[in-house]
Structures are given as structure tokens and as C-alpha cells.
Design a protein around this ligand. Sequence first.
Ligand code: NAD
Ligand code: ZN
Length: 343
Amino acid sequence: MKALVKSKSAPGLWLEDIAEPTIGINDVLIRVSHTGICGTDLHIYEWDEWARATIPVPMAIGHEFVGEIVEVGSNVNDFHPGEVVSGEGHVVCGRCRNCLAGRRHLCAHTQGVGVNRPGAFAEYIALPMSNIWKHNPGMNREIAAIFDPFGNAVHTALSFPVLGEDVLITGAGPIGLMAIPVVRHAGSRFVVVTDLNPYRLELARKMGATLAVDPRETPVAETQKLLGMQEGFDVGLEMSGNPSALREMITNMSHGAKIAMLGIPAGEMAINWHDVIFNMLTIKGVYGREMYETWYKMTVMLESGLDITPVITHRFCYSEFEKGFEVMRSGNSGKVILDWTQA
Ligand code: NAD
Ligand code: ZN
């Protein structure tokens, strides 16, 4: 089968013919139709320090996908050939304390699809049945392909109640962008978004931000004045991984405010703990998606009118993957989709 493979320990990604995966009794085999490119895939492409230390070579990468089931293992009763499904990108152990307690997103032994085990940038992928999410008939395929990062956005955005609250989102990458309509859907009042990239700020406005600003030109404190706010933001969603974005967020939160942190900083970062303590802030780290409450919420919010389609800005055939990675690298993109239906 065709697959995008990290086949050597060097920058790049190679379109190759590799063996189709085989399935065990608890697995599901899926013919992939559409995939999304994630920032993680870009790190693997570029072969940075994290990727070199993490990714086995050779291996097909990618974890955002949708496709149709073509075969199920003998122990699988709930899934059938022809069904349209996506895969949860974290394969959990099922045996640790959290897994046994039903808190699978807190598994201590998570394996990443396309990171620690073969990925979805391929004609076929095999996954345990416990990692399969079945889509309702009529689900938009491109949206289904990005349920994994959409789930990051939903998990973070719904970490704290936002009904009637003012929300600050730092970072308008694909995940920050998707969080905008989610917090609007969940009843927030103002949604202020920061980014340094004008293309992404424009996209943030399209996705429903009350204000989308470059903090170097319009500091967050200034947006509070523009909106007539008195006491700071109630909920912060840190989605840039940038230390100065978090610091500015902390100084603009109301007393008792909550911050959900999804963005991954490059290293350690210092913050003013006095603000956290004296303003009684809650800071919560967010990783992945809740299995499967986040997936349920994504599905029902889409059914009840949530629209995230503007986040998809580019579409390429899988064979043009270099163009997809190039536009991701430029930063002038939302979500980039690769179409595998011609493979
Ligand atoms: P991305 O890199 O495309 O988006 C980050 C955005 O932050 C960019 O648009 C960038 O211009 C902006 N930014 C940089 N400095 C800024 C600043 N000072 N103020 C405001 N914005 C600034 O990434 P993404 O795919 O949207 O993901 C968002 C973050 O979440 C990344 O850090 C990513 O590594 C992380 N992530 C975490 C998880 C998890 O499970 N915790 C999963 C996926 C991604
Ligand atoms: Zn576990």
C-alpha cells in the first residue's frame, strides 16, 4: 500500500509502497480516505530533537484520519465493514489505575498513533476496536478527518464552564481557531484571541472571535478596555505554547479565573506565581481527548449547529503531501487535508 513513511533518520518524509497492516482478533482494519496534517507531523518531517528521540524508523506517520472499515477481528462485534470511522490517536494500556477506573485519558502508558506505532498517512491502518469512533451517516468527511485535533480544542474549551464568561484564547493555530466556535456554542460572552500572524487573526475573526489581536500592537489589557470589561477574563485557553502569551494571560485574568493549558512550551517557562496565588487562579494541563466524552461532545455539538468548517483552508491529494507540509510550515494555513481516495 501507499504510505507516507519516515524511512530514514533525516529531515523529510517519503511516499513509499509498504506492506498492508495485519489485524489481531481485537482490531479493526480501515481504508483511509482523508487525513489531517498536525503540527506533530511537521516536527517529525523536520526531524527535530523531540522527533529524533521519539519516532522509530522506518514507520508510516500521521494520526488524524477518517476512513471506512474493511475488516474486523474475530472478537469484534460492534463494528462492521463499510462503517465510516475515525481513530482516537492515543492507544491506552487498559490496565493502569486510571484506565481501570475509566479515566483512560489519564493512562500512564499512552502510545501515540503515528508517533509510537504505525500511523494513518497510508491506504490502510489497523487499530484496536477500543480506539474506534463511528461517525453518524452524513458526517462531513473532512471534518471527520480532524476529530483528533478538534477533540483537543473541545477538551480544552470545555475544561471549565464558559456560560456567560469572557474567554481569552492565546494562539490561533488550528486548535485555537476551533476552540473559538466551541466556546461560543457553549455560551461565552466575549472571546478574545491573540496571535502574531495576520492570516490566522483573520481566520479567528471568521470563526467568531469578538476581537482578534496581535498582542504586540494591541495588548490584551487594551482589549479589556475596548470591550468595557472590568475585572479580567474568566477563562483562559493557552494554545500557543509561547511563554509570553501565558504571562500576558495570567496578568489579564479575573480573581478566581481558570486557565486550561494545551500549548506545549519548548522548555521550562517562568511565570509570576504571585498572580496565581493572590488572584487564586486555577491552572490545568490538558492532553489529548477524554475517551470518549470529548468525542461524544464533538458529535452532538456538530449536530446542534456548531460549525468549524472555516478552519480547513487547504486540500491536497496525498501525492502532493510536500505542498501540504510547505503551507503548514508557512503558518498561513488553518487545517490542511490530504485526500487518499485516489490511492
Ligand atoms: P500551532 O503551532 O499551529 O499554533 C500556535 C499559534 O500560536 C501559532 O499560530 C502562533 O503564531 C501563535 N503564537 C506564537 N506566539 C504567540 C504569542 N506570543 N501570542 C499569541 N499567539 C502566539 O499549533 P496548533 O496545532 O494549533 O496547536 C496549538 C498548541 O497545542 C501547540 O503548542 C501544540 O504543540 C499544542 N498541542 C497540544 C496537544 C495536547 O494534547 N496538549 C495536542 C496537540 C497540540
Ligand atoms: Zn492505562
